[in-house]
Every structure is written in C-alpha cells, then in structure tokens.
Design a protein around this ligand. Structure first.
Ligand SMILES: [Fe+2]
Length: 298
C-alpha cells in the first residue's frame, strides 16, 4: 500500500488535493492513505488567524483556501465531493500555526475528527496511535520552543509509554534536535522528539515545520525525513531563490511510502509545477483525474 505524506500546507488545501490527484494521475497508482505533518493553517475564519498567518495570507491568496473549503459553494462543493471519490481523506496533526482551541472543540473526546463538511481533512489529536494503511502510526504535533510553545505534555508522556518497536511510523510537526541549523548557525529541532524517536524506535519518522526537504537522516533503526512547505510564498525575503510568484507546489513537499518495501521517496517531478495558481482549479483537476481513472479501468 502507499501512504503519501504532505508538508506544511498553510491553508493551501486545494493545492494539496490537486497535488495528490496529480501524483495518482502521473504515477498510474492510487494512494491508500494521506498524512499531513502539521501547519495545515486550520483556522475557522480570517479573524481567528494568528498574526504571521494573516500576514502571509494577505500576500498569498491561496492561503485562504481552507476557509473556502469550510463553507464551499456550488462548483467547489462538488469538486471536493468528486476529489474524495478519488482520494483517501487527509489525516493531519497540529503544527504551530493552527487554531488549537477550535480544533480541540471539534474533537469532543474522539481521537480523529473531520474539520470540513466534505470530510477531506481529518485532525488527529496529539498522542494518538492509529492504524493507517496497515501501519501503526503515532502522531505528535506542535513544536518545542522554550518560552513560546511546547509539545503536549500528556500526549508526549503517553507516547513515551508505548511499547518500543510497536509503532511503524512516527509523525511529528517539529523534528529531532540537530536535524539542521538556523540562519544564525544554531541547531534546530526538539530534544524531546530525539528522546521519543530513541524510545519508540519506529521504522520511519516524518516531520515538517522547517519548510525544507531534509533527509534521509538515521537515528538507530529509524530513518527520518522532513518535508518542504507545500507552496512557498510568492516572495521569500530571506531566500529570493525560493520566490514562487506562480504559487507552484514545491518539489520535496510530498513523500510517498510503499509499505511493502518500506521505501520512502520524495516527489520531485516536473509535473508538480503544474499544480499552481492563486485560485487552483480543483474542478478541472478532478474532471481530468476522473477521466484518467475511467480510461485506466477500460
Ligand atoms: Fe510552517
């Protein structure tokens, strides 16, 4: 079976669905599950967005697409419905840019809940271990940044208590300590996640947050990958080489695990650039995809 992993979405949910459909169309295979590593940009309204998210969305209109998905009208509603006949729902964990209160209110005690009327995106609470495409997958969102944010203490404790070796895949938003360096040359990452990886010994660890592809890195028996941001901003003040005026999907922002071989591969293909625009045309993408799917079954 195949599980796709998606990097930080920051509201660009239609690009996410479009890129997953394009992967299926171009690879001639179906995905069995999709997991997103946090920073979905899950805010219920513009007013509830945090300041940085609001600032970025003002310059990058596709970052408002999550709001359109929460209250879809006419054509978009049927495009999402059609997309979900072609794709598995996207499971996601919290990043550091979500409305945590709103998400907690949706759960009502359930470990996994849909956030949108079309059931395209499902939030997974921190500390859950669930079976996804036959794999035991543990989820732990948020980041460890002293003075700013921390991992969910109870969820962390629960996962530290899980039998080592019983989890196949660990999904986190932050990454292990020392996985890279910031622009000042200081190591980034979470010491707590390093300890969790050492304790759980999953076969695969996938994370996001730093917005660049980074991996494979090896920690004992675990191979770890970080994903790029799904759609880079139009203007990157620190990295002008990453300016993205056409709002194309970033190479390295999606990875696919084949659960039989346990091979994880970044998606870097040229066709990713075709998933683009301030207003991604999901209706057109689903129509193309449905036609390809029908033809492949003839
Ligand atoms: Fe992010």
């Amino acid at each position: 079976m195949r599980i796709a992993f998606v990097g930080d979405v920051h509201g660009c949910v239609l690009h996410a669905l479009g890129a997953l459909l394009a992967w299926q169309d171009n690879c001639g295979q179906r995905l069995d599950a999709v997991i997103q590593v946090g920073d979905m940009g899950a805010f219920p309204s513009l007013e509830r967005m945090d300041q940085p998210s609001r600032r970025f969305a003002a310059e990058n209109p596709a970052q408002h697409d999550l709001f359109r998905m929460l209250a879809p009208t006419g054509e978009l509603e049927s495009a999402i419905r059609r997309a979900m006949t072609l794709l598995p729902p996207v499971l996601f964990v919290s990043g550091n840019h979500e409305d945590f209160e709103w998400l907690a209110g949706l759960h009502g005690g359930a470990g996994v809940v849909p956030i949108d009327p079309g059931g395209a995106f499902h939030h997974v609470a921190c500390g859950q271990v669930i079976t996804v495409a036959g794999q035991r997958v543990a989820f732990l969102g948020r980041i460890e940044k002293p003075g700013k944010m921390d991992l969910d203490a109870a969820a962390y404790a629960r996962l530290m208590d899980v039998e080592p070796g019983s989890v196949d895949v660990l999904v986190t938003h932050d990454g292990p300590y020392g996985m890279g360096r910031d622009w000042l040359g200081e190591p980034v990452g979470s010491p707590k996640l390093s300890r969790l990886i050492a304790r759980l010994r999953p076969r695969l660890h996938v994370s996001g947050h730093y917005h660049h592809a980074n991996g494979p890195r090896h920690y004992g028996p675990t191979v770890s990958f970080a994903l790029a941001q799904l759609v880079y901003s139009k203007v990157n003040r620190h990295r002008p080489d990453q300016d993205n005026p056409q709002q194309r999907v970033t190479p390295g922002s999606i990875g696919v695990l084949d659960t039989e071989t346990f091979l994880f591969e970044y998606v870097n293909d040229d066709w990713l650039a075709g998933v683009c625009g301030d207003e991604f045309d999901l209706a057109g993408a689903t129509a193309r995809s449905a036609r390809d799917y029908r033809e492949s079954r003839l």
